[in-house]
Design a protein around this ligand. Structure first.
Ligand SMILES: *Cc1c(COP(=O)(O)O)cnc(C)c1O
Length: 241
């Protein structure tokens, strides 16, 4: 049977409670943490229920899926009175190919996955041509196991500095994926390392006042991520189970 709006609301509430508890353990204000709902594994009708359940920050990890969905949801909201179309924003969280950068800028309000100088330059060039400033996060590989994407942790500070110099990019923070193994010690280590780097860059004013997002944590590890300072948790399966 298809998932109901009620069920989605319940799951979102449970996740919210877990975030509150994690914040309490870490002495944080829960208002600092936003849930980014990852819709890659559900159908468009479920996304509509998610919006009915009050969720407005959505994300996809593939451009082939992001672009048509942004349009479908925009059309859907255009036919209804509430919520207004502006209540919904989309993030791009997956690996981004350079030939998809223009569409990523046009279809998202935040790109979490800029992980190389070449890609950052492409985003900057495309944003300049579109006459906009693209909000981006720098994706960092913080786990000791080899991962396909994310800039090496030792190179991240310098890459962040270079991105901060680019006129049509706004560097809004950092993103990482926990280790594939899901081992809690390795996961916490990865998140601690990113959090320390984030503090260091913020102290040095890289990205300026907009540098305030720490995107880490998914369904299996968001509680640890929140304890370690996440401001954006990217959650898919736990919302739709
Ligand atoms: C799929 C995905 C998520 C969400 O994963 P869940 O385990 O379903 O919560 C988060 N971040 C990225 C980059 C993803 O691709």
């Amino acid at each position: 049977m298809a998932i109901t709006t009620k069920r989605i609301e319940k799951n979102l509430q449970a996740i919210g409670e877990n975030i509150n508890s994690a914040c309490a353990r870490a002495g944080r204000d829960p208002r600092e943490v936003r849930i980014v709902a990852v819709t890659k594994s559900v159908e468009i009708d479920v996304i509509k229920k998610l919006i009915d359940a009050g969720k407005g920050v959505l994300a996809e990890n593939r451009m082939q899926q992001l672009v048509p969905r942004v349009k479908q949801i925009k059309d859907y909201l255009g036919r209804r009175k509430s919520p207004p179309a502006e209540a919904v924003e989309w993030h791009m969280i997956g690996h981004l190919q350079r030939n998809k950068v223009k569409a990523a800028i046009e279809n998202s309000t935040l790109i979490h996955s800029v992980d190389s100088l070449r890609l950052a330059e492409e985003v900057n060039d495309r944003a300049a041509k579109l006459g906009v400033i693209a909000n981006v996060l720098l994706q960092v590989n913080c786990s000791r196991e080899p991962q396909k994407y994310g800039c090496a942790i030792g190179a991240a500070y310098h890459l962040g500095e270079m991105m901060d110099e680019m006129k049509n990019i706004q560097l809004c923070g950092l993103m990482t994926m926990g280790p594939m193994s899901g081992d809690p010690v390795g996961t916490r280590n990865a998140f601690t390392r990113l959090s320390e780097l984030f503090q260091e860059m913020r102290n040095d004013k890289i990205g300026g006042e907009h540098f305030r997002e720490l995107s880490m944590g998914m369904s299996g590890d968001y509680k640890i991520a929140v304890e370690e300072g996440a401001t954006l948790v990217r959650i898919g399966s736990a919302i739709f189970e």
